[in-house]
Design a protein around this ligand. Structure first.
Ligand SMILES: Nc1ncnc2c1ncn2[C@@H]1O[C@H](COP(=O)(O)OP(=O)(O)OP(=O)(O)O)[C@@H](O)[C@H]1O
Length: 348
């Protein structure tokens, strides 16, 4: 008898991603030599893939599928759990996750303790700290990839959050299947629903930990998960999660195409002194023009995470609604100023 359908589904999803990783690993050349180590450094014959595991159902299912599939493909499999230190006893829980991952046969396995800073909201601060720890673990172990357990349901939530931000199709495009430095992060479960992951844990008797934050109505994503999406499903039918995930993929394709267009157009609107020519900008479709303005602001030093649609709209009005208005102040002490037929965006 074959495995339970839920287990078969999670394994298939992971197998596909491992195949991609293996193909990339065998087709990329050895790392070139450095001053300290001249000559090409030899690539290990068997790549290492790490799973980022919180101990929750999604990432435990992912860990179990990785542990099953990796050895069959000649891939080494390890795991990392991040202790955010936000709840009493979180260190003990992290140790428990480490044990569970070892029981699955993963090696190396480690727990990384992080300090979550303050700043732009508790969820974002925890995420930043987590990715920094995962990046460091990947580099330390020379991992070819890190797997994340985001599911189709997480993707649907991300699209809705992007929609509510009102900042355009890039924010509707959700999470990419491949992201991070050199395509380090992979999300094998992006097409799989959360129920399948839960079921796979249940039938494999894998103990899972339910993060109390996931049910805490103080968090936006939690409210969306427990109130928003169920209400949408009630109003629009069960297919809404799948439709939102499809929206993510379509939006990503569109956003990528517009970014490419903007990259090419930017070169043709820059003048010799680095300013932007207003007449040429005016003639472009607004989606392309706004992208050029955003790129120019970031290139001048505005932090991408603090640059919002309203900032770009204000700068855009220097082109499309010019009435002699003054300079526009942007985050990162960047200033956008119209000088005759030129737009100059720079720091100070
Ligand atoms: N503390 C952590 N340590 C390691 N990886 C983590 C941690 N928290 C989240 N991740 C990774 O990020 C993914 C998404 O996490 P998030 O908390 O947004 O979703 P989730 O649905 O609660 O996932 P899970 O059920 O696996 O906890 C997880 O599946 C896991 O791969």
């Amino acid at each position: 008898m074959g495995p339970h359908p839920a287990v078969a589904a999670i394994r298939l999803a992971v197998r596909r991603v491992l195949h991609d990783i293996l193909t990339e690993h065998t087709s990329t050349p050895d790392t070139p030599g450095t001053a300290d180590a001249p000559g090409p450094r030899e690539r290990p014959a068997s790549p290492l893939v790490l799973v980022a595991c919180s101990g929750g159902a999604d990432s435990m299912a992912l860990a179990s599928a990785l542990a099953f599939e990796a050895p069959r493909l000649g891939i080494r499999a390890g795991g990392v759990t991040v202790d955010h230190g936000l709840q009493p006893g979180s260190d003990l829980r992290a140790e428990e996750v480490v044990l569970r991952l070892r029981e699955l046969g993963l090696d190396p396995v480690e727990s990384a303790a992080v300090r979550v800073g303050r700043g732009h909201g508790p969820e974002a601060a925890a995420r930043d700290a987590r990715y920094a720890a995962l990046d460091a673990a990947a580099v330390r172990h020379g991992a070819a990839a890190v797997l994340l357990g985001h599911t189709r349901d997480d993707q649907a939530e991300t699209v809705l959050l992007g929609l509510a931000r009102g900042s355009g199709i890039r924010s509707l495009s959700g999470m990419a299947a491949v992201s991070g430095a050199g395509g380090r992060y992979r999300r094998p479960f992006l097409q799989l629903d959360r129920q399948t992951a839960r079921k796979a844990c249940m039938v494999q008797s894998l103990p899972v930990w339910d993060d109390p934050h996931n049910a805490d109505p103080a968090y936006t994503r939690s409210r969306l998960r427990h109130e928003g999406l169920p209400a949408l499903e009630k109003a629009l039918g069960k297919g809404v999660v799948e439709a939102l995930a499809r929206t993510a993929q379509l939006s990503r394709d569109d956003a990528d195409a517009l970014d490419t267009w903007a990259g090419r157009a930017e070169a043709s609107v820059r003048d010799a002194a680095g300013g932007l020519q207003c007449a040429k900008l005016y003639a472009l479709p607004s989606a392309v023009r706004r992208r050029i303005l955003r790129r120019a602001a970031i290139a001048a030093g505005a932090p991408a995470g603090s640059l919002f649609a309203r900032h770009i709209e204000e700068v855009d009005r220097l082109i499309t609604g010019w009435r002699g208005q003054g300079a526009i102040n942007l985050p990162g002490k960047v200033v956008a100023r119209r000088q005759g037929g030129r737009l100059v965006i720079r720091q100070g």
